[in-house]
Write a protein that binds this ligand. Structure first.
Ligand code: NAD
Length: 391
């Protein structure tokens, strides 16, 4: 039997400057745990007194090893390339997500950290196929089928983390216990990845259509439900919980499948905008995203613009995929709380967002005309292939 550590615990959170990592750090600190946030970037918010911030890069093994001294548990959350133009920076995505994870595992072993909780993603399983109430017995999506580097590298990283479970610790302190949590899309007040982009599209008048089957279902997870799941997972790696989570992966969501666009309706309407009534076929929007990626590939090094949508974003939002929370409930004791988008709406309002009375100017006419022309051009190129495929 391994001895239980009775000293005050210190945990380290890679990516602790990011939205979720910071929130987790604050919650752990409230529970009386010493917390170190490890990140290349300083958090946007002020770091509360008592929590330490350590600037560092997971791509640099010596920096990770130095930071992990006297740590009991690592939450490895740092990642790169999840959304927007970042998705197209292949080299950095590989470096941070794969090399960075290898470094964290290596550093856990060499410094004697006994618990590692990895924040993975639904994408390790999902690649655009319909999944209804899937569970953890589903196989990984074959790596070559991932259309984006982020999902493929998160998958590789998760495999490496789970393979490392049971590895001997260098200093004879026992073995490393690891697990992976696979969250759905994260939301909550102050979220910086998806919501500001969505709100900027709404405010710039670009949210003119929805797409896909109105009955398609996806999932989201409130940041505080995800915090709860991570804390439970770290507990479930301990000896007093028979290391039940060791070597395991868990899907984590609010447990409420919902149509992607309907989920955002309270945000659109809460900010005083009209919800679009035009619905486009999924394959048309996918084709548009494909064209956008090609244009970005060609001109991206000269003009690194933010693509309106990428292919991954199209199927993540438009194709049904939701998972059972049963394993997380049973083994971790995870019970998602119910949240609404009201606090998100209030957060955006506090940032000055929301519909303001505006005149329809010549600039709006030019923009809407350009959007219409673009849509017609995409439809003209998409239509022959759509007809051929349906024959
Ligand atoms: N946001 C979502 O919807 C979502 C969904 C599923 C999974 N996830 C996963 O959840 C985790 C947290 O997501 P988030 O939305 O808080 O992202 P985030 O971008 O806010 O946080 C990631 C943090 O990692 C840091 N980072 C990047 N490269 C680093 C490096 N080389 N060394 C150290 N730190 C580095 C960034 O500076 C950032 O602060 C990520 O692992 C992500 O893959 C997110």
């Amino acid at each position: 039997m391994e001895p239980e550590n009775t000293a005050k615990e210190t945990v380290l959170i890679t990516g602790g400057g990011g939205y979720f990592g910071f929130r987790l750090g604050c919650a752990m600190y409230q529970k009386g745990v010493d917390v170190i946030l490890f990140d290349v970037m300083k958090p946007l918010q002020t770091v509360p007194e008592g929590i330490k911030f350590r600037q560092g890069d997971v791509c640099c093994l010596s920096e990770v090893e130095e930071a992990l001294k006297d740590i009991i548990c690592v939450f490895h959350i740092a990642s790169y390339g999840m959304s927007g133009r970042e998705q197209l920076n292949r080299k950095l995505i590989e470096d941070v997500n794969v090399k960075g994870t290898e470094n964290v595992i290596q550093a856990c072993k060499s410094t004697g950290v006994s618990s590692l909780v990895y924040t993975s993603t639904y994408n390790v399983i999902f690649g655009g196929q319909i999944i209804e109430n899937g569970d953890e017995s589903l196989p990984y999506l074959p790596l070559h089928l991932h259309p984006d580097h982020y999902s493929r590298t998160k998958s590789l990283a998760e495999m490496k983390v789970l393979e490392a479970n049971g590895a001997e610790l260098g200093n004879g302190k026992g073995v490393l216990r690891t697990c992976a949590l696979r969250p759905a899309g994260i939301y909550g007040p102050g979220e910086q990845r998806h919501l500001p982009r969505i709100v900027s599209y709404i405010e710039r008048g670009l949210f003119k259509f929805v797409y896909g089957d109105p009955l398609s279902l996806v999932e989201f997870v409130h940041v505080d439900n995800l915090v709860q799941a991570h804390i439970l997972a770290s507990e479930a790696l301990k000896a007093n919980n028979k290391h039940i989570a060791a070597g395991q992966a868990y899907f984590i969501s609010d447990g409420r499948p919902v149509n992607n666009f309907e989920f955002f309706r309270p945000l659109v309407e809460g900010l005083g905008y009209k919800f679009p009534t035009c619905r486009l076929p999924l394959s048309l929007v996918y084709f548009f995203a494909f064209l956008t990626e090609i244009v970005h590939f060609v001109v991206g090094h000269v003009y690194n613009f933010q693509p309106l949508l990428t292919r991954t974003e199209v199927y993540k939002t438009g194709v049904t995929h939701y998972f059972s929370m049963e394993k997380a409930r049973k083994e971790l004791g995870y019970e998602p709380q119910q949240y609404s988008l009201n606090e998100v709406v209030e957060w955006f309002k506090s940032q000055g967002c929301g519909a303001k009375p505006r005149k329809y100017t010549i600039m709006h006419l030019v923009r809407d005309g350009a959007l219409l022309l673009l849509l017609i051009a995409v439809m003209v190129s998409w239509f022959p292939s759509a007809v051929t495929l349906s024959l």
